[in-house]
Write a protein that binds this ligand. Structure first.
Ligand code: NG1
Ligand code: ZN
Length: 524
C-alpha cells in the first residue's frame, strides 16, 4: 500500500537511536529532547490511527510539563478532550520502541480493525521549549505519512489543546475550537462573576505566562495580574513553577514576596496551579491541590443547596492528599470523598461517576466535572422565571461557573479564574482560605532500589501487597506515631519508589525516613 511505502520512506528521516527504550507512562512520553525525534514521528502515526479508529479528531501536545527545559515529551488527547485511553498506551510504547516499525504498525491496524480509508484529523500544539518546534514538525510528518489532516495550533497550553479537541468533536457545543473561542468562553463567564483584584502569577518561564497575557486582553473586567517569571529572562521551570513550589515548600525565585499578598504558580505547560503567601513573621504557607479542591467543593455544595438542587458533590483525591483535607471534607463538609490511583486519568475517570465532582492531585493538577444531567438541571433553573432571588442568584453563579471551568483536564488559567471568583464572592482572604483546616505535617522521600516493580500495591496504592512483610513493617512503624499514615509505591514517571508519611508533628520526617529504610531493606 502506498501509505506504508510513504511511512517507510519518511521514517528514514526520523531514525530510532539504537538501544533506546521509551515508556508511555502516567504523563505520556518524556525524556531528554535529543532522543525523541523518532518517537514524535511515530506518535504522529499513532494519533492518525487513533483518529481513524474513533472517527474523531485527536490531539498531540508536545511538552514535558514541569521537567527541565532540556527534556521534552508528548501527551495524546482523545476525542472528548480526555487523556488517551489506557488500552492504547501500550501501542504507544510498542511503536516508540519498534525496530521493525511497519510490522508493529500493521499489527495495531489489524488488532483494532482500523479502516485505513477513513479520514483522519489531528490537532497539534507545543510548549515554549527550544526543542518543541522541531519535535512538533516530526509529529506533523507522521500524520501526513499516513495521509492524515493536521492542524498546527503552535504555542498553546496543554489544557488549551484539550479544549480544542473537545470543541471540534462536539461540533461547537463546548465552544469554538480557536484560542479566541477559549478566551471568550472563560472570560465572558468570568466577567459575570465578582472578582478580587491584584494577584501575582509565577508563569514558570513557560507557555502559561504567554497565555495569561493573551487572556488579559479578553477580559472586560480588570483582574490586575502581576506576572513574573514570564520567560523574558529566566529558564523554564528552573527554581520556579508549581512543581518547584510544592516539592520545595518555598517560594519561587525571580521576585520578592510581600507578606499577606496572594501568589500562584503554574507549571511548564499550565495544567497545574498552587497558591501561597507569607505571613507577617515571614512564614511560607502553601495552598496546594487539596486546599483548592476543598475551596471549590465547599463553594459548589453551598450554591447547590441554595439553589435547592439535589445534586451530589464528590471530591476525588489520591493517597497523597493530606489527611486533614480528607477528614475535613468527610466530617465537616460531608461531601463524598474517593481515593484514586496517582495519575490524572484515574482521577478523571473516578470523577465521571458523580453529578458534580472536584478532582485534584495534591500537586495542583485538577478540575471540576459536571454530568450532562447536572448541567441541564442548572441551566433549566437559571432560566426559570418562577424562582426566588436567592435561588436565581445561586443558579446563575453555578451556570457561569460551569463555563469558567475547563472540564477536559486540569487547567491553571481556568482554575485561577475560578479560585479568584470564589474568593471574591465569599469575601475571603487567602489567610481565611488557608485557615479552613491545618495540614498535617508530612514528608515525601524517594528511594532508589534495583527494581521498583518489586513493590506492588492495592487499595488505590495505599497498601503494599509485595514484597512480603512490607505492609506489616509500615503498619508497625506508623503505630509509633500519632495521627500517622504512610504508604510506599513505585513512581510511574521516575525510576524510584516514593515514600509518603504524615503525622501530628514534623516527626513525619522521622517516620518517612524509617519507612524508606524498610523499603531499602525489603525491596532494595
Ligand atoms: P509518579 O511519578 O507516578 O508519582 C508524578 C506525580 C503525579 C502525576 C505524575 C504525572 C506525585 C506524588 N506524583 O507521578 O501526581 O502528576 O507525576 O506528571 O506528585
Ligand atoms: Zn503539566
Amino acid at each position: 500500500m502506498a501509505q506504508f511505502q510513504e511511512v517507510e520512506k519518511q521514517s528514514i528521516m526520523h531514525p530510532k537511536p539504537p538501544g533506546l527504550t521509551l515508556h508511555y507512562g502516567t504523563a505520556g512520553l518524556r525524556t531528554n529532547a535529543k532522543h525523541l525525534d523518532h518517537a514524535m514521528f511515530r506518535m504522529g502515526l499513532l494519533a492518525t490511527l487513533r483518529s481513524k479508529n474513533t472517527k474523531a479528531t485527536i490531539g498531540v501536545m508536545v511538552t514535558a510539563s514541569h521537567n527541565p527545559e532540556e527534556d521534552n515529551g508528548l501527551k495524546l488527547i482523545d476525542p472528548m478532550g480526555e487523556m488517551m485511553a489506557p488500552a492504547w498506551e501500550h501501542y504507544a510504547t510498542q511503536l516508540a520502541n519498534a525496530d521493525d516499525l511497519l510490522t508493529v504498525l500493521k499489527d495495531i491496524i489489524e488488532k483494532e480493525a482500523i479502516n485505513m480509508s477513513q479520514e483522519a484529523n489531528v490537532f497539534v500544539g507545543k510548549d515554549t521549549r527550544s526543542s518543541s518546534a522541531r519535535l512538533s514538525q516530526a509529529v506533523l510528518d507522521g500524520v501526513s505519512a499516513l495521509d492524515g489532516h493536521s492542524k498546527d495550533y503552535g504555542l498553546v497550553t496543554t489544557p488549551q489543546l484539550h479544549y480544542m479537541v473537545r470543541c471540534q468533536n462536539t461540533k461547537g457545543k463546548y465552544g469554538e475550537a480557536t484560542l479566541d473561542g477559549y478566551y471568550s468562553k472563560l472570560c465572558q463567564s468570568f466577567d459575570n462573576l465578582p472578582v478580587s483584584k491584584l494577584l501575582s502569577v509565577d508563569g514558570a518561564n513557560g507557555i502559561g505566562a504567554l497565555k495569561v497575557r493573551e487572556m488579559e486582553s479578553h477580559l472586560k473586567k480588570e483582574l490586575q495580574i502581576s506576572l513574573f517569571n514570564d520567560g523574558s529572562q529566566g529558564k523554564l521551570n528552573y527554581q520556579c513553577g508549581a512543581d518547584f513550589v510544592k516539592v520545595q515548600q518555598k517560594p519561587p525565585t525571580g521576585f520578592k514576596m510581600n507578606p499577606g499578598e496572594r501568589y500562584c504558580s503554574f507549571d511548564g505547560d499550565a495544567d497545574r496551579i498552587v497558591y501561597y503567601y507569607t505571613d507577617s513573621e515571614g512564614q511560607f504557607h502553601l495552598l496546594d491541590g487539596d486546599k483548592i479542591a476543598t475551596l471549590m467543593s465547599t463553594f459548589l455544595k453551598e450554591l447547590l443547596e441554595q439553589a435547592g438542587l439535589n445534586l451530589k458533590v464528590a471530591v476525588v483525591q489520591t493517597a497523597y492528599a493530606n489527611g486533614s483535607s480528607t477528614h475535613y471534607l468527610e466530617n465537616t463538609m460531608k461531601v463524598i470523598v474517593r481515593c484514586a490511583k496517582t495519575g490524572v486519568k484515574h482521577l478523571h475517570h473516578a470523577a465521571q461517576e458523580f453529578d458534580v465532582a472536584v478532582y485534584f492531585e495534591s500537586n495542583g493538577h485538577g478540575t471540576v466535572l459536571f454530568s450532562e444531567a447536572a448541567e441541564e438541571k442548572i441551566c433549566q433553573l437559571a432560566e426559570d422565571p418562577n424562582i426566588n432571588d436567592e435561588k436565581k442568584r445561586a443558579a446563575l453563579l453555578l451556570q457561569n461557573t460551569i463555563n469558567v471551568i475547563n472540564q477536559t483536564v486540569g487547567d491553571a488559567i481556568s482554575d485561577m479564574l475560578f479560585i479568584e471568583a470564589i474568593l471574591a464572592i465569599k469575601g475571603m482572604s487567602v489567610q481565611q482560605w488557608d485557615a479552613v483546616y491545618a495540614d498535617l505535617p508530612n514528608r515525601q522521600l524517594k528511594v532508589k532500589v534495583a527494581d521498583r516493580r518489586a513493590i506492588d500495591t492495592t487499595d488505590a496504592e495505599r497498601r503494599a501487597v509485595s514484597p512480603p512483610g512490607m505492609q506489616d513493617t509500615v503498619d508497625s512503624l506508623v503505630n509509633k506515631y500519632k495521627q500517622a499514615r504512610s504508604f510506599v509505591r513505585p513512581s510511574g514517571t521516575e525510576d524510584i519508589v516514593r515514600v509518603y508519611a504524615e503525622a501530628d508533628t514534623q516527626s513525619a520526617d522521622a517516620l518517612a525516613h524509617e519507612v524508606s529504610l524498610a523499603v531499602y531493606r525489603l525491596a532494595g
